[in-house]
Write a protein that binds this ligand. Structure first.
Ligand code: FES
Ligand code: FES
Length: 176
């Protein structure tokens, strides 16, 4: 089937079998190998991308479902020499060891901070109507879909905190 995806701001035409996942379309058809395949079953978060601004597991979605959609992958966030605040904070805080989960962690953090900014509650938010704070408990809960076999979690949490502070991304800060 013929589809067009807008990937990292660029329109990309594809001819894909209807069974091809969005992850495979990005990796195998568009050669964007930053998004990783860990479990291929929606359990590890290594394939996390932004779809129309919201984080999803690319391994759980079929490419043909996304004709005309906007996709951001780790390659679209920043590049060597021009890292995004989140990417730079992961480097600065040792937020990785082998690095396999890192693109997914960073894309998930990007989506998660936007959700927090919009005031979306999580399972650990004390109040469903109040704007949640960017606490460690909130970060851990909201990032719980992204596994790290190297257990670089302390660095990952610190990197997210640092990047959010730098970007002024919490709604509470913006409201002050
Ligand atoms: S590869 Fe998609 S969640 Fe693990
Ligand atoms: S850095 Fe190795 S799996 Fe996370």
């Amino acid at each position: 089937m013929q589809i067009t995806l807008t990937v990292n701001g660029e329109d990309r035409a594809l001819d894909v079998d209807p069974r091809v996942t969005l992850l495979d379309a990005l990796r195998e058809h568009l050669n964007l190998t930053g998004s990783k395949k860990g479990c291929d079953h929606g359990q590890c978060g290594a394939c996390t991308i932004l779809l129309n601004g919201r984080r999803i597991n690319a391994c759980l979605s079929l490419a043909v479902m996304h004709d005309g959609d906007e996709i951001t992958t780790i390659e679209g966030l920043g590049q060597p020499g021009n890292l995004s605040p989140l990417q730079a904070a992961f480097v600065q805080n040792d937020g990785y060891q082998c690095g396999y989960c890192t693109p997914g962690q960073i894309m998930s953090a990007k989506g998660m901070l936007a959700e927090l900014d919009m005031g979306w509650p999580s399972n650990v938010s004390a109040d469903l109507t109040d704007i949640p704070d960017l606490t460690r408990t909130e970060i851990r809960e909201r990032m719980s879909g992204n596994l790290c076999r190297c257990s670089a979690y302390p660095g990952i949490c610190q990197a997210i905190e640092d990047a959010a502070t730098e970007e002024g991304m919490t709604k509470r800060e913006a409201a002050e």
